[in-house]
Design a protein around this ligand. Structure first.
Ligand SMILES: Nc1ncnc2c1ncn2[C@@H]1O[C@H](COP(=O)(O)OP(=O)(O)O)[C@@H](O)[C@H]1O
Ligand SMILES: [Mg+2]
Length: 255
């Protein structure tokens, strides 16, 4: 089993990791806060089914700045997951450009996209997507294994950060839905991504457990992460700084 590094609680250490403590004399994070992190320029996505064309996204312009908490809100079939897949470098647009920082990623190869995803983006899904045969600790450390390092101690600290220090060796089926989603949040943080993309993270949870998950995302936002949350549920609006509404593949700003 892993040992704690130095004094203080595990969750304090985890927060230290997230903040890259100790803080610099000048807060660089604040200076760069207005920078554009992701920019979509006239992005459309079309799917073909036989002769038929489905226009899932139409001419979307969108700029997401560092350290924003953004909610993408829209009914089923409006294009949320399509937009999420483009923002998360899981897919490329049919036309238009997507910039991550200065880089146009819209024409990149699958391998290059995978490399960007691994370093920059943490994913949280509605159905948790944990590996059933692995323990909570192994699930959290897994993305670091794919990066050629096994960050077991950091995984333990992140599980402590989400309040699951007593569930390290439980498998997903031995955990409640809310606990599984907290494991998934810990997993999303293991490679220290700048952006957390969450697709209906409370969709399979009751209201009370959903609030715990939302408060964790809020805490990560306050610690400098950029949070992009996709949902059909307007009740979650109160957590976000900025609401983007999507309807029939078109994006409109709400606040
Ligand atoms: N791989 C695909 N092939 C064909 N049509 C698709 C595909 N993915 C999504 N669509 C269509 O694009 C539209 C938007 O889908 P989606 O982004 O999944 O919406 P949401 O996540 O808001 O429910 C829907 O009409 C859907 O049927
Ligand atoms: Mg969807």
């Amino acid at each position: 089993m892993c040992s704690s590094a130095g004094g203080g609680s595990r969750s304090e250490h985890a927060i230290g990791i997230l903040n890259n403590s100790p803080p610099p004399a000048i807060d660089i994070r604040r200076i760069s806060m207005n920078e554009s992190l992701i920019k979509l320029d006239g992005v459309s996505k079309t799917f073909s089914i036989g002769e038929e064309k489905v226009f899932a996204l139409k001419e979307v312009d969108l700029t997401i700045k560092k350290n924003q908490f953004i909610m993408i809100l829209g009914p089923s079939g409006s294009g949320k997951s399509t937009l999420m897949n483009l923002l998360g470098c899981l897919d490329v647009p049919s036309s238009g450009a997507i910039y991550l920082g200065e880089k146009d990623i819209s024409q990149m190869s699958q391998d290059d996209l995978a490399s960007i995803r691994a370093k920059k983006i943490g994913f949280v899904f509605q159905k948790f997507n944990l590996i059933p045969t692995l323990s909570a600790l192994q699930n959290v450390s897994l993305p670091s294994v794919f990066q050629g390092k096994t960050l077991t101690e950091k995984a333990e600290m992140l599980l402590s950060f989400v309040g699951l220090q007593h569930r390290l060796n439980h498998r997903p089926t031995q955990l409640s839905g809310g606990e599984q989603q907290r494991v998934a949040i810990a997993r999303s943080l293991i490679n220290d991504p700048e952006i957390i993309l969450a697709d209906e993270p409370t969709g399979n949870l009751d209201t009370k457990t959903g609030n715990i998950v939302m408060n964790l995302l809020k805490k990560l936002h306050s610690q400098g992460k950029t949070i992009i949350l996709v949902t059909h549920n307007p009740v979650l609006e109160k957590y976000a700084q900025r609401i983007i509404k999507i309807k029939d593949g078109k994006v409109e700003e709400k606040k």
